[in-house]
Write a new protein. Structure first.
Length: 72
């Protein structure tokens, strides 16, 4: 079993979930992690699942403001 870390963020960058769990492989970790996000009500927020620094899953925050290479 491998150790995985899951973190979820609000759009302003505030951390709303920071937890760890074990899984047999990366596919199982992604499934477990997405279930944890759904259970906590953070499924469509910015989130990442990682193992030993390797990114397994990533969903970008929906940042406010301009995103296409223009200065604010």
């Amino acid at each position: 079993m491998e150790q995985y870390t899951i973190t979820a963020f609000e759009n302003d960058g505030t951390t709303v979930l920071n937890d760890s769990f074990t899984a047999a492989n990366d596919d199982e970790a992604k499934t477990k992690g997405l279930a944890m996000l759904e259970e906590a009500g953070h499924l469509h927020k910015g989130a990442r699942i990682a193992r030993c620094g390797q990114l397994i899953y990533f969903e970008r925050c929906k940042l406010p403001g301009k995103l296409k290479g223009t200065a604010s």
